[in-house]
Design a protein around this ligand. Structure first.
Ligand code: ARG
Length: 569
């Protein structure tokens, strides 16, 4: 497809003698199409050109030579030069590209570049909760989008399968294991044991000591402890897998914290050799105060066991060597901002090539709130994720049952709509914003929701079903799609790949979700204004092609977010 921005930047380069790449960074997209499709704000050039923006704009306009088959009009308004894309050309470019490309928007931009995404990472023997859902959904969307742009992505589920809590679980199991049916309801039962042993630890210092010893024994490879730990892990993973199946999540690696148990000594040795490790009340820490971080990073606890941070540092060494990453992303809630600040700073001392330290990036996200406030495990307001997804599917089914009782495959469709609604809600806004989880909003077919996009898509499918076959692109008269409704849709479709690139620039999938809402809305306006099946076959063919193109992009975009599309609903 032609790149209008490049064409404009090239023409501007000739007129200004400023480098086209620099000019490209100045080009904006006016919100109101009355101001064109692209604009150059000339105050950006005022400093170098030492003139008033308006004067610069007029001068450039006089000089600029631009191919009218691409840009049909150039206008000066105030200090801006506005560029209007040739409408017919836009139709032609977009429809041609969509008919040619099975995977519209796909790119090779990332070729040869490795991205590691650490996401989901629930903790063994603990509930897979709604915070892990956000990580799973955001990380999964990023992974899909990077892959689509041609990057080599390794998605890692850095399971919380290690740490002192396992010493406690082992002790609790030793004491009361036979009272609980772990195979039947693993995580619930293990959680009960965990709560009970914690109570016991508070009462009895000796039990606490035994728990600590268990973890030490686990680290040293004691067969009994290792076997129990394996069992806890197996039963937990089985439960997690049910959630991943519902969400369609897949990972390239399942190396969790335990994977690094034999790789941490190297971290300790390097830090020791560099003189970065200091003793503090029996523990070994890295003091980060000179780096502007008040809390030190604990590497070895006073009882000799490793920490979450030590394991993350070992993981950085490993990932740099094995994956040779350009970016290593960590998708967790913003509660872990300090943790990542600490380990990214300590990573500077590990002797790694600087590019690996630079490539580390925390991708934090906000909390999930109930309309009544924060969720908390202790107060029992934390919802189990599997239940939540199943409830969403149930609710979707009720709505569908009411709207369209005749529908076949209701269960399959309810699953796509219910799960899609939850996923979309997680991605609908800037990830750092806390999210309110409210059923009525999430499943509103008319709101800015997953089901709304799915519904728009289904409408398109039913329009397409009304024609025997798709019109050939050669038979389409591009002129009939130069009205403002069609153009609005086409402009958005044209911009699809650009949107994907923006997502990866900011690690922000909501850029794509917002875009899909905009596209669905623009199509709905087009659809409400225009009949699609009409007597004028030329007109009908063109509108069918536009509908087909919109459907393709809605489907692809949703799939990239992890949402499946129903054919009917
Ligand atoms: N298991 C952790 C949690 O539930 C998240 C792990 C994130 N990844 C990492 N490399 N630290 O909070």
């Amino acid at each position: 497809m032609v790149k209008y921005e490049e064409i404009i930047a090239k023409a501007l380069e000739k007129a200004t003698e400023i480098d086209e790449k620099e000019l490209e960074t100045y080009i904006e997209f006016p919100k109101d199409s009355a101001n064109g499709d692209y604009a150059l704000p000339c105050f950006k050039l005022a400093k170098t050109m030492k003139k008033a923006p308006q004067m610069i704009a007029n001068e450039i306009k006089e000089k600029i030579e631009i191919d009218e088959s691409y840009i049909e009009k150039v206008e000066v308004v105030g200090g801006y030069i506005n560029f209007f894309v040739n409408k017919e050309n836009l139709v032609k470019e977009v429809l041609n590209e969509i008919s040619r490309q099975d995977e519209y928007g796909k790119a090779k931009i990332g070729e040869g570049r490795n991205i590691v995404i650490d996401y989901s990472a629930p903790n063994i023997a603990k509930p897979f909760h709604i915070g892990h859902l956000r990580s799973t959904v955001i990380g999964g969307a990023l992974s899909n989008i990077y892959k689509y742009l041609g990057y080599n992505v390794t998605g890692i589920n850095h399971l919380g399968d290690y740490g002192t809590q396992f010493g406690k679980l082992i002790e609790g199991y030793k004491m009361w294991g036979n009272e609980y049916d772990i195979d039947k309801d693993p995580i619930n039962e293990l959680t009960k044991i965990y709560i009970r042993i914690n109570e016991e630890c508070k009462k009895d210092e000796k039990v606490l000591e035994a728990c600590r010893n268990n973890f030490k024994k686990l680290e040293d490879g004691d067969p009994y402890c290792v076997e129990l730990w394996k069992r806890f892990k197996d039963v937990s993973l089985k439960e997690f897998q049910r959630v991943y199946d519902l969400l369609g999540s897949k990972f390239e690696s399942w190396n969790g914290e335990a994977f690094y148990s034999d790789k941490m000594q190297e971290v300790v040795d390097i830090l020791e050799k560099k003189g970065k490790l200091v003793d503090s009340q029996g523990a070994k820490i890295v003091d980060l105060s000179e780096e502007g971080i008040d809390t030190p990073c604990i590497i070895i606890k006073s009882n000799g066991s490793s920490t979450y941070a030590t394991r993350d540092l070992a993981a950085i060494l490993y990932r740099a060597r094995i994956y040779d990453y350009e970016k290593a992303l960590y998708v967790t809630s913003y509660e872990q901002v300090l943790h990542f600040k600490q380990i990214f700073t300590v990573a500077k001392y590990l002797g790694l090539d600087e590019k690996y330290v630079k490539g580390l990036k925390h991708v934090p996200f906000g909390m999930v709130l109930l309309p009544t406030g924060k969720m908390s495990t202790r107060e029992g307001t934390s919802i189990k994720l599997e239940d939540l997804l199943n409830e969403s599917i149930e609710r979707a089914k009720e709505i569908i049952e009411k709207k369209n009782p005749e529908l076949e495959d209701k269960d399959e469709i309810a699953k796509k709509v219910g799960v899609g609604a939850v996923i979309f809600n997680d991605l609908a806004n800037n990830r750092l914003k806390d999210e309110v989880f409210d059923w009525d909003t999430i499943l509103n077919f008319q709101g800015e929701t997953g089901p709304y996009i799915q519904y728009t898509y289904v409408r398109i499918r039913s329009v397409l079903n009304k024609v025997e076959e798709l019109p050939k692109i050669e038979d389409v008269d591009f002129k009939v799609l130069t009205d403002s409704y069609s153009q609005e849709v086409l402009k958005l479709i044209y911009n699809f790949q650009n949107i994907l690139v923006q997502v990866t620039d900011k690690e922000e999938p909501s850029i794509l979700s917002r875009y899909l809402i905009d596209l669905a809305k623009a199509y709905s306006s087009f659809y409400n204004e225009n009949k699609i099946i009409v007597d004028d076959k030329k007109l009908q063919s063109a509108r069918i092609c536009l509908s087909y193109a919109t459907g393709k992009v809605l489907e692809k975009g949703c799939n990239l977010l992890g949402i499946e599309m129903p054919n009917k609903m």
